[in-house]
Design a protein around this ligand. Sequence first.
Ligand SMILES: *Cc1c(COP(=O)(O)O)cnc(C)c1O
Length: 386
Amino acid sequence: MSRGINTKCLHLEESEGKVEHYGSISYPIYQTATYAHPGVGQSTGYDYNRVSNPTRDQLQKTLASLEGGIDALAFSSGMAAITLLMEIFEPGDHIIADNDLYGGSIRLFKNVCPKHGLKFTLIDCHKEKIEDYITPDTKAVYIETPTNPMMNVTDIKATAKVAHDHNLILIVDNTFMSPYFQNPLTLGADVVVHSGTKYLGGHNDTLAGFLVTNREDISEKLKYMYLTTGSCLSPFDSWLILRGIKTLGVRMERAEQNAKKLAEWFGSRSSVKKVVYPGLPNHPGYEVQKSQARGFGAMLTIELKSKEYALAILSKVRIIKYAESLGGVETLITYPTTQTHADVPEEIRVANGITDSVLRLSVGIEDVDDLIDELTRVFDEIESGK
Ligand SMILES: *Cc1c(COP(=O)(O)O)cnc(C)c1O
């Protein structure tokens, strides 16, 4: 019988019942660059750290188990993972990608990958028909759901069907949901991307990235590129992410609870023009989200009545930190216009609703009353002109 996800975050099935590493409950950090051979032509299974490391292997197996993949690879950052993933394509290949992706991914697709002959068409994947953009060179569809920061929800199963009908692979960046809430591979995706810096690590203290796949052919290509290019995660950072994953479930549950309460609170303030949170029944993606994920996550976006109001909030928060990134235990607030989405062309940004009065929150696990008290003070101060 397959284990529940919280158990999977703590135990690898293959090591259950075994006493290994002197019984150490925390997996050891193998801080080594290379490995001695027991004899000529013999190996312990490990030869050199760029290729493999026991601590990193433990983490990779954990990710594969959480996402239902056959394999996972751990990278030094999410962007390193996405960059390597692009190596499975050939010059001339065409990829259809969502136009509301993480800003770094858009930057990579627009400014770096074309140098290697890759072509991209950025579309609104949750609304537009992917079929209309498929050319004889199209090889893949690349999505995030919900998207960053506008929380557009794309139907993964339906997208996988279109992709497979045309012999394309479907890649899903699952960072926002984490494997705790959503498993794209089980819905038909071929490759899952994670920025492990976010919910998997969970503590705003480590960068990491992952690729997980359930396709043997893709896995072989990725592994070859991985050991050749060397953007692997260090043993210590692998251990930090393994430790973060142990509490993934409780963190996700608590952060989501807090996000729901904050979404309601923002909805009650007249200076908030719009609250974008997929867990609100009036969100256009609510039903699809409910059908394909086990939760709504803890990311929410608000549109204030003016740019000045949005900037004033940033300068007045104290517990809530004005900082890039997301998915950690601390609540962070960002200004997509100049931070995460600074490199997204203005016309795309504004068409996606990312105006200069939009703020994005990554809700953490603080006592939600303290967050609401702080926001009440901040809003009251702004409204009374203090
Ligand atoms: C942060 C992020 C990335 C990039 O990951 P890094 O670890 O910062 O390199 C990619 N996709 C999404 C959705 C992200 O939030």
